[in-house]
Design a protein around this ligand. Sequence first.
Ligand SMILES: Cc1ncc(COP(=O)(O)O)c(C=O)c1O
Length: 378
Amino acid sequence: MKKSLETKLARAGTEPDSGTRALATPIHLASTYARDADGEYSGGFVYSRLENPTRAKLEDVLADLEGGSSCMAFASGMAAANALLQALEPGDRVLFPHDIYFGVRKLAGKQFAKWGLIVETIDMTAAHDVAKALSQPAALVWIETPSNPQLNIVDIRAIAEKAHAAGAQVVVDNTWSTPLITRPIELGADIVLHSVTKYLGGHSDVLGGALVFANDGPLTEYCLDIQREAGAVLDPFSAWLALRGIRTLGVRMDRHSKSAQAVALFLEAHPGVRTVHYPGLKSDPGHSIAARQMSAFGGMLSCEINGTAEQAVTIARSLTLFANATSLGGTESLIEHRASAEGPDSPTPDTLLRISVGLENAEDLISDLNHALIDVLN
Ligand SMILES: Cc1ncc(COP(=O)(O)O)c(C=O)c1O
């Protein structure tokens, strides 16, 4: 029977365990597994850095949710990004969007420049820039949509077609959208990257990452070797927490998206706000692509205030229902002045506040924002 995504999510990791019939995947903490009398490993597991049953369950679930053929789970989203970049060859050319998550930009700039990777940053919302960049050979095109923190929307199908014609593979960082909202592999992506730390985990209590491959090939093999040999693997408890989080992803994303839309509409109409970045707004430059490419608009938004950088920082500190903290995708709402978090080289406007809309009542969140905007800006 063909199952819908919501059904797959609700049942993630709930098949009866083969040994005990437990309906929740057991947390297998063992680091090593005994050989049989003949020296074989009939249980299929040897050593937990290589493979672990709880991690394997999460990997199967994520591959299935994204419609891929295999998945590797890592200790963080950045460990997943690191493995993918490390699997490339020195001299390979990689295209990044100009507002890529700053952690990936830093990693590539600092570590992979030494490695000989040629990283170029382009505006992926501009078709002409993409076509020009892909007129020369490239190994990998990195898409992040919506982008962190300016929520730029990129047309995955159009870029994947151009990238493939130029011989490049395409990775989509699907952290902000989740497989429920955006289907990168169906749109032509070769690899999907996740920070499991965010919506998949969903409760701000797990750090993890994953790579899902549409089809297995040499790059899959390299990444698997890096995962197992370098050993930045997801631990069994975190894998279990991620599986538990994934079971409620459907209802959470529904609520995050509805509340974020309400908050975005409120901010758009507020005199204290100059611009709201949210693909669900008709005024957003990415709205028409997002409406085609996404099944909902997600729980993240950002806004630039009508004021100074200092006032933006003060607003983030004055709210009572939004924790002034980095990260996103938990049940609790978060706000952050991103330019401060990203440091001196940040391309983010210094009046921008990034908001992760949690599962609280939307009217409560709006009232909190209204008070802070009025108190600080008047
Ligand atoms: C879009 C995106 N990708 C990757 C990462 C890195 O994930 P992690 O913090 O799990 O290493 C983040 C973290 O904020 C992110 O927002």
